[in-house]
Design a protein around this ligand. Structure first.
Ligand SMILES: *[C@@H]1O[C@H](CO)[C@@H](O)[C@H](O)[C@H]1NC(C)=O
Ligand SMILES: *[C@@H]1O[C@H](CO)[C@@H](O)[C@H](O)[C@H]1NC(C)=O
Ligand SMILES: *[C@@H]1O[C@H](CO)[C@@H](O)[C@H](O)[C@H]1NC(C)=O
Length: 485
């Protein structure tokens, strides 16, 4: 009899845990963390759960992020940065240690559901000029051994996210082939993937095609049909995504692996920093993409076979990303840096629109602006310094703050820097040209941000809160059972 008292609440707890399960869907997100306005990883994991996002792709194995994912059930692809491929390639022992410290320790009950390890991130990008090329396969071989030793080789698969520039030179999809200097290594890698049942992971960006080429037909980047379809023999392509995907299928067929499953590692549309990077375009692209993938239509070369997984890029804006590709680079999030939805989007996961992050810990509502009573002549160097560290990308052509005037520009730069410095009063001085204000200086679509504290209080708070309720429920059930006997 004593046993039943314990068993029933246990069943109840198990039922509670099952609430965490997600719809089985191809749609996931990339969670990058190159931001100085980081919300707590626990808040981000709650955001994922609230939105029923059951798959996430990371670019590293940040312990703070992985700890927050523990017990969530969310499927995780972790990443190995390109710059450590060399050491993993050269030493089996290093690979063993890496796997035990960054993978195995999380593969426990209530741990992290790691399913994939991305070996490098676009390691064959042409602009890297081959510097990582020779490390990829040896690193994969070592890691596979390490996983096997840890009894994880059957559960966790190695993949290699590739940029479409590995194959995308063909004018017609059916003529797709890998870059000549990559043919051999691609053949070996795909053979490796194939023998382990891993998908080929590719990043596809119609936005970049549009951004980089003025004669790229605008409507071909989206999913609403195109007045410039690409006719390829009997196949007609109405959107760049399908065209790009089938170029890859053709390239894979050419090396003998036309049937290998394909996952999309990154795909998305930015919302700021270029004229074509705006909210309505991002919404149209991402919604069109999701609907297209979930329709299971596939492409002309793979009819009825959509990609196995599609990771949107990205979850949150990252304002410390390198802007070499363009000012849009810091604005790929479907949520802003603080987890607020930028536009309506139905992820097809059964919960309608996007839900915002809760319990975000903001700094106080204070901004730094140009002092209206000062002559601002000498402000140039201050702006340069502020914008070299903080984010000013929205000020430029095509950005949401491009038309706020000279004084607006100065205030924007001052505030970005002030928030980056966590509202340290000294950081708003600028030789007396700056001034702290309690009135939100945002103008129209141009948002003057308030930073967030990256305190982990909220997680402790939540852990405590949940713990409290579980204990209360336990006691309640226990008393109830006692009472009913
Ligand atoms: C691997 O895990 C260790 C231990 O948590 C951590 O210190 C290290 O930064 C991780 N390595 C990488 C490359 O993320
Ligand atoms: C947004 O981007 C789209 C697609 O690139 C473009 O056609 C449109 O004019 C842009 N909208 C605005 C308001 O700039
Ligand atoms: C504000 O700064 C941006 C970026 O430097 C520039 O394009 C714009 O012309 C500036 N506006 C004024 C009024 O100076």
């Amino acid at each position: 009899m004593a046993k039943t008292h314990l068993v029933l609440p246990l069943i109840f707890l198990l039922v509670l845990q099952r609430c965490d399960l997600f719809v089985d869907s191809a749609i996931g997100v990339n969670w990058g963390t190159l931001s100085s306005h980081k919300i707590s990883p626990f808040v981000v994991v709650d955001l994922l759960k609230e939105n029923k996002i059951g798959k996430v792709k990371l670019f590293d194995t940040d312990p703070a992020v992985l700890r927050a994912l523990m017990g969530s059930g969310i499927e995780v692809m972790v990443g190995i940065p390109n710059d450590i491929l060399g050491t993993l390639a050269s030493s089996a022992a290093t690979s063993d240690v890496w796997v035990s410290q960054n993978i195995t320790r999380y593969m426990v009950k209530g741990g992290v559901n790691i399913r994939y390890i991305a070996v490098g991130n676009e390691p064959f990008l042409s602009s890297y000029q081959g510097q990582f090329q020779s490390f990829v396969l040896p690193a994969m071989a070592n890691l596979q051994q390490s996983l096997a030793k840890a009894n994880l080789a059957g559960y966790i698969k190695l993949v290699v996210p590739c940029n479409a520039d590995a194959y995308q030179s063909a004018s017609l999809p059916s003529q797709g082939m890998f870059r000549t200097e990559l043919t051999q290594i691609m053949t070996q890698i795909v053979s490796f993937l194939n023998s382990n049942g891993s998908p080929f992971v590719v990043n596809i960006y119609p936005f970049l095609s549009l951004y980089q080429s003025s004669d790229f037909p605008q409507d071909y980047a989206f999913f609403e049909g195109s007045s410039h379809p690409v006719v390829d023999g009997q196949n007609v392509y109405y959107n760049a995504f399908d065209g790009n995907f089938d170029t890859l299928v053709a390239a894979l067929s050419r090396i003998g692996y036309g049937q290998i499953p394909i996952a999309i590692g990154e795909v998305g549309w930015p919302t700021d920093g270029a004229p074509s990077a705006n909210l309505s375009a991002a919404r149209a692209f991402n919604q069109g993409l999701i609907n297209h993938v979930l329709s299971n239509k596939g492409t002309p070369l793979r009819p009825g076979v959509p990609p196995v997984d599609v990771y949107l890029f990205g979850l949150l804006d990252e304002e410390q990303k390198n802007v070499l590709p363009g000012n849009f680079e810091r604005h790929w999030g479907i949520f802003s840096f603080d987890g607020q939805a930028k536009y309506p989007l139905n992820l097809g996961l059964g919960n309608g629109g996007l839900k915002n992050a809760k319990n975000v810990q903001y700094l106080p509502p204070r901004w730094c602006v140009a002092n209206p009573f000062q002559n601002l002549d000498g402000v140039g160097n201050h702006i340069k310094l502020a914008c070299s560290m903080a984010d000013c990308t929205t000020l430029y052509y095509g950005g949401s703050c491009n038309a706020i005037g000279e004084k607006g520009n100065i205030s924007y730069a001052f505030n970005s820097y002030y928030q980056l410095q966590k509202q340290d009063a000294k950081s708003c001085d600028f030789d007396g040209l700056g001034m702290i204000t309690y009135l939100d200086p945002s103008i129209g679509d141009c948002r003057f941000l308030v930073g967030v504290t990256d305190s982990s209080c909220s997680c402790v708070g939540c852990g405590f809160f949940c713990g409290f309720w579980i204990v209360t429920l336990w006691v309640f059930m226990y008393l109830k059972i006692l009472g009913s006997l």
